[in-house]
Design a protein around this ligand. Structure first.
Ligand SMILES: [Zn+2]
Length: 256
């Protein structure tokens, strides 16, 4: 994806994780959509994203009934289209998500205010400074004799197959996380774990670290709390997989 940031003064308006754009394209809606939105929706948060200087606003409710001439789109659509606004949209949404869950100080419980200089929160009572956090997660394309391992998750869209993935735990490396996740979820040992690329994923704050690994030993043995199915698939005959713009799509298709 492109990492170009939005121009100073541009405005990214989100509702339920979706960005308001001008209908028929992917250009962020900007100021002029706000009066119409304000008639029906409460503004949850609005601030300037530094140092780039663009604006981010979150509005309450479901991403439906956009103002005339505008549309709600998922951020992955911008990423998939390599839109020049994709990077800023990810940053704006990630910051909105972080601010929504860091309104109070983790040390003393006092109210957090915007840091005067840095893109951070500062406690009005004790002065504790909190920086925006990201959660590293791994996603892996496991290969065996030309086939790739894809699983169907219990908690997600039931007919969707995707790469195994999971959050990096405290104290482990990303490569150790890859080996642990594949072992836990599918009962398989892997070797040759190789970093392939990364992508920010603001749902709510993940840094997806993509890897490729080779099957070493073991037959598929599902972790029932995580996977309802997992199989080795031929890349030329894939099941229903995540759409363009997702890390999984690029990893499955060997694009990273
Ligand atoms: Zn405090």
């Amino acid at each position: 994806m492109t990492v170009a940031m939005g121009a100073a003064g541009s405005h990214y308006i989100f509702c339920d994780g979706q960005l308001l754009v001008r209908a028929g394209g992917l250009e962020p809606a900007g100021e002029e959509a706000l009066p119409e939105l304000r008639k029906t929706r409460e503004i949850l948060d609005s601030f300037t994203v530094r140092p780039q200087g663009f604006l981010a606003t979150g509005v309450f409710g479901a991403a439906e009934d956009p103002p005339p001439g505008f549309a709600w789109v998922r951020v992955r659509v911008l990423i998939g289209a390599e839109s020049p606004w994709a990077g800023a949209a990810c940053r704006a949404l990630g910051m909105l998500n972080w601010r929504a869950t860091h309104r109070f100080c983790g040390v003393c419980g006092g109210p957090m205010e915007e840091h005067p200089v840095e893109m951070a929160g500062k406690c009005a009572a004790c002065g504790h400074v909190e920086y925006p956090a990201i959660s590293p997660a791994v996603i892996v394309r496991v290969e065996k004799e030309g086939k790739i391992l894809l699983g169907r998750h219990v908690q997600r869209i039931p007919d969707l197959y995707t790469c195994l993935a999971g959050y990096v735990e405290v104290g482990e490396s990303a490569e150790e996380c890859v080996r642990r996740e594949v072992r836990e979820e599918a009962g398989i040992e892997v070797s040759g774990v190789r970093y392939a690329g990364s992508q920010h994923w603001p749902y709510p704050n993940q840094l997806m670290l993509a890897f490729v690994a080779q099957w070493k030993s073991g037959d598929i043995r599902l972790q029932p709390e995580e996977l309802s199915d997992a199989q080795w698939f031929d890349p030329s005959d894939l099941p229903n997989i995540p759409p363009e713009g997702s890390v999984a799509y690029r990893l499955i298709h060997g694009l990273i």
